[in-house]
Design a protein around this ligand. Structure first.
Ligand SMILES: O=C(O)CCC(=O)C(=O)O
Length: 273
């Protein structure tokens, strides 16, 4: 198994770019302030009758709290994936803040040159990695299961906070990752193409501990030490308001939207429609 890159130097491979320190220090500060002001939620992995708020929640939740911008893809509705899973799964979400858009705009020459891309990154998933505390023995929730992202085009990822070990793996070939990178504070990773988007899965297996930069979230009982943002493209025509979903799908996510609405005018307006 090759040793993981330590994340200090740039990596350029067909279909994978790693750009250390691409995010400016003042942009990182603005991102940290933004992440501290929103309230992520613990979603559950599957739909079904027991996904209502509270029921069965601890056992089946995602490996980390999340927040989406642009369009919220609830795990219980199944994620958007081309070409078959497109309809009724992306709920209109809050817009990307200007600091994220400014960094994406600065990335466009790299995206066009190295990843043949001009698609707008109009949605993103914000992952909070850390430790649950104050409920008995602290539990680490600093990982993300092996997966592939099904939206078309490149995925762009920002990394803020402690280094996280991003691994690429083809489980049909080997249980060991083919590439590992310690994604550092202020770095950007980009994946695209048949190798990195379609053949390889990716996952985050560890996040280092450390005090700086200090990250906070409005989530109770959670010490955050890394936050990643993964930007994707979803066709605008496939982003719906809550009342545009079929009734059974509205019912599956209403509890989450109510939870989000406690801290967000956007979701309060979605409920009022
Ligand atoms: O946290 C990371 O660096 C990876 C995030 C990711 O794979 C995702 O959001 O799909």
């Amino acid at each position: 198994m090759p040793e993981a890159h330590d994340g200090r130097d740039r990596i350029d491979e067909p279909g994978f770019s790693y750009l250390p320190r691409f995010i400016e220090a003042d942009e990182a500060t603005a991102l940290i302030d933004y992440f501290a002001a929103i309230t992520p939620i613990w979603e559950q992995r599957h739909g079904g009758d027991d996904h209502a708020r509270g029921a069965g929640r601890r056992a089946r939740r995602l490996t980390r709290p999340v927040y989406w911008l642009g369009a919220w893809q609830f795990a219980s509705l199944g994620y958007y994936a081309e070409p078959h899973y497109r309809e009724d799964r992306c709920l209109r979400a809050e817009p990307l803040p200007p600091v994220m858009q400014a960094i994406l705009d600065r990335l466009s020459p790299t995206l066009e040159a190295d990843h043949a891309d001009g698609t707008p990154h109009n949605t993103c998933l914000i992952n909070y990695y850390g430790r649950e505390v104050g409920k008995g023995v602290p539990v680490d929730f600093a990982r993300l299961r092996m997966h592939r992202d099904g939206e078309p085009g490149p995925v762009v990822m920002f990394s803020i906070g402690q280094p996280g070990l991003l691994e690429f793996i083809d489980p049909d070939q080997s249980p060991d990752p083919e590439l590992g990178v310690w994604t550092r504070h202020r770095s950007v990773s980009i994946l695209s193409g048949p190798n990195y988007k379609e053949r390889l899965y990716h996952r985050v297996t560890q996040v280092r501990t450390g005090q700086q930069p200090k990250l906070t979230s409005r989530l109770d009982h959670f010490e955050t030490r890394r936050i990643s943002v993964s930007f994707r493209h979803v066709p605008e025509a496939l982003i719906s308001d809550l009342d545009g979903f079929p009734d059974d799908r509205q019912a599956r996510v209403r509890g989450y939207v109510e939870e989000l609405a406690e801290h967000s005018e956007h979701y309060a307006a979605q409920l009022a429609r």
